[in-house]
Design a protein around this ligand. Structure first.
Ligand code: TYM
Length: 330
């Protein structure tokens, strides 16, 4: 039997090329080797305020984007987190095994709450990594591909699984994070110290998968590069240039050394122009497929099929976990 792979993309903003490179592309590479579970973690998104209509739209669009990128909705299981109540149920059990201290150490929580007053921080934002652990453990996933920003959360899922198994007997598979060697952290175009994010305050810092040609060109040409010259990969001293090289390599389907060779003797301006052209070409093709996908009935068909498959597994795992901790009737 194939091992299980599981990952998710939050509908908390428009998807960026960072999400494509750090997550979707990996799923495409790995899907044939694993029994693949892809879900839309919409319950995660309400840890910060959301407009309900926009959230509904984005939930479907995430699925449309997976399909448009070439992920099969027949061979893989694609579903919505909130349509399977066992995610929240298992999360509660796991919250009762997690410690305040380990959640307070999560770097994403610290970053998202920096300079915020207590009454501005929702409890859901604090416990969110436990819900993420439930998402993973519910399906006994063996591997979890993500960008580097989610690695700490997958490690928490491992710790919670091991703790639970030690106390209540073997219940969960202990998952492994799967972090890409290239593109695990696509950087913000205006501040290469930060990761590119769906929810960045300045939209010029991120290229969204649904950006217009004009915006793509403007954003890439306006990307912050580094002092000095020479186009080569050096994340420490040239984070901006290395980021553009990575984007080029991934979308062109070549390695970083091949991309460096391609830009030998080039100037920063040449690099930006070629990256912009490549993205315009690839993203406009993707957008055309996305529009077709959204106009067909395939998103709902995929989600109905995915929910049915996933729910059966989720119910079984949750029931086992509930029984071993002593909830309900034995
Ligand atoms: P999210 O929605 O922020 O990001 C989705 C995926 O995209 C990756 N990613 C990036 N990779 C490279 N460079 C970037 N700039 C970049 N930005 C985002 C993320 O690492 C992630 O793989 N909590 C998760 C969603 C989630 C989940 C799960 C994932 C909920 N439950 C269970 C895996 C398993 C999140 O907020 O990802």
């Amino acid at each position: 039997m194939k091992k299980r792979l599981l990952t998710g993309l939050q509908p908390s903003g428009e998807l960026t090329i960072g999400n494509y490179i750090g997550s979707i592309r990996q799923v495409i590479d790995y899907a044939k080797d694993y029994d693949t579970f892809l879900f839309v973690p919409d319950m995660h998104s309400i840890t910060v305020p959301q407009d309900p209509e926009t959230l509904h739209r984005r939930v479907r669009e995430i699925v449309g984007m997976y399909l448009a990128c070439g992920v099969s909705g027949v061979e893989n299981h694609i579903y919505i987190q909130s349509e399977i109540p066992e995610h929240a149920n298992l999360s509660w059990i796991l919250e009762c095994t997690a410690y305040m201290g380990e959640l307070a150490r999560m770097t994403q929580f610290k970053a998202k709450t920096e300079n915020k007053k207590e009454k501005e921080i929702r409890c859901g934002l604090f416990t969110y990594p436990v819900l993420m652990a439930a998402d993973i453990l519910l399906y006994n996933a063996h591997v979890v591909p993500t960008g580097v920003d989610q690695k700490q959360h997958v490690e928490l899922a491992r710790n919670l699984a091991q703790r639970f198994n030690a106390k209540f007997g073997e219940t969960f598979v202990v998952p492994e994070p799967l972090i890409p060697t290239v593109g695990a952290k696509i950087r913000d175009l205006l501040n290469p110290e930060k990761k590119m994010s769906k929810s960045a305050e300045n939209p010029k810092a991120s290229v969204f998968l649904n950006d217009t040609e004009k915006d793509i060109r403007k954003k890439i040409m306006g990307a912050v590069t580094d002092s000095g010259e020479g186009v080569y990969f050096d994340e420490e001293n040239k984070p901006g240039v290395s980021n553009l090289l990575t984007i080029f390599a991934v979308f062109q389907g070549i390695t970083i050394p091949e991309a460096e060779k391609h830009f030998e003797n080039a100037r920063y301006g040449d690099l930006k122009k070629e990256v912009a052209e490549l993205l315009v070409e690839k993203l406009s093709a993707l957008q055309a497929r996305f529009a077709e996908t959204m106009a067909s009935g395939v998103v709902d068909e995929t989600l109905d099929r995915g929910r049915e498959y996933a729910r059966a597994i989720a119910t079984e795992t949750y029931d086992r976990a509930r029984r071993v901790v002593g909830l309900g009737r034995a």
